[in-house]
Design a protein around this ligand. Structure first.
Ligand SMILES: [Cu+2]
Length: 230
């Protein structure tokens, strides 16, 4: 029996909302699908040509109520999808003026650079390579605002377990904010085909306790200072 990972409900403060939007959309789409398939199969079976019948069945044209109905129903369906998507997108995209931490992510062919902007600035930049994916540390239970830059082409910052990704676009700064809730190591990848080593544009995310996070960042500062002094 193959085992499937359960959807991650509590990876970040946004996961629950994203997951319910996704599940709700699927339920609505399947319900619409069931009605549509039914309306295709039912006339094909119920009104099929019986033995001995000739000629065309009665032809119906310009039935105003039906035409209004099949125009109005899709408009309502789109409006419902739009409402829930816009409502959730608005909440998911909110960033606060004073988050607990700020991290800058730079995408470049073909790896990532992480800078702990509010906890040490440029002294705390970690750069990966396609062969050596960098690890991003995040503090559990504290809000982190991300700033996304690209040095070359379009990339996409994606942590599948967070049920969230955002494009990283040259000449444009993108932001998002999350509060990690679950401790653990998660995989991250580039989700926008960006060239030869796109598939190797990987990284890891380690959600640790705030104390461990502070310890990591200050160790990193010392390590990088010593490295640059040599
Ligand atoms: Cu990329």
């Amino acid at each position: 029996m193959p085992t499937f990972a359960m959807p991650v409900r509590d990876a970040t403060n946004q996961s629950e909302r994203i997951l319910s939007l996704w599940q709700g959309s699927w339920i609505a789409a399947l319900a619409v699908g069931a009605v549509t398939w039914g309306l295709i199969l039912w006339p094909a079976i119920a009104f099929r040509r019986k033995r001995g019948e000739t000629g065309l069945p009665p032809q119906t044209r310009y039935n105003l109520p039906i035409e209004v109905f099949y125009t109005a129903v899709p408009v309502i369906m789109i409006a419902v999808f739009f409402y829930f998507t816009a409502r959730d997108e608005d909440r998911i995209m909110r960033v606060s003026a004073h988050p607990d931490h700020e991290i800058t992510v730079t995408g470049q062919q073909w790896s990532w650079q992480f800078t702990y902007t509010s906890d040490g600035g440029r002294l705390t930049t970690v750069t990966g390579t396609p062969g050596q994916p960098p690890t991003l540390y995040l503090p559990q239970g504290e809000s982190v605002k991300f700033t996304l830059h690209s040095n070359d082409v379009i990339h996409s910052f994606w942590v599948p377990a967070f049920l969230f990704k955002m494009d990283v676009i040259p000449g444009r700064t993108n932001h998002f904010q999350i509060t990690p809730k679950q401790l653990g190591t998660f995989k991250g990848k580039c989700a926008e085909l960006c060239g030869q080593d796109h598939a190797r544009m990987l990284f890891n995310v380690k959600v640790v306790s705030p104390t461990e996070y502070d310890q990591y960042v200050s160790d990193l500062k010392i390590r990088l200072l010593q490295g640059s002094a040599q």
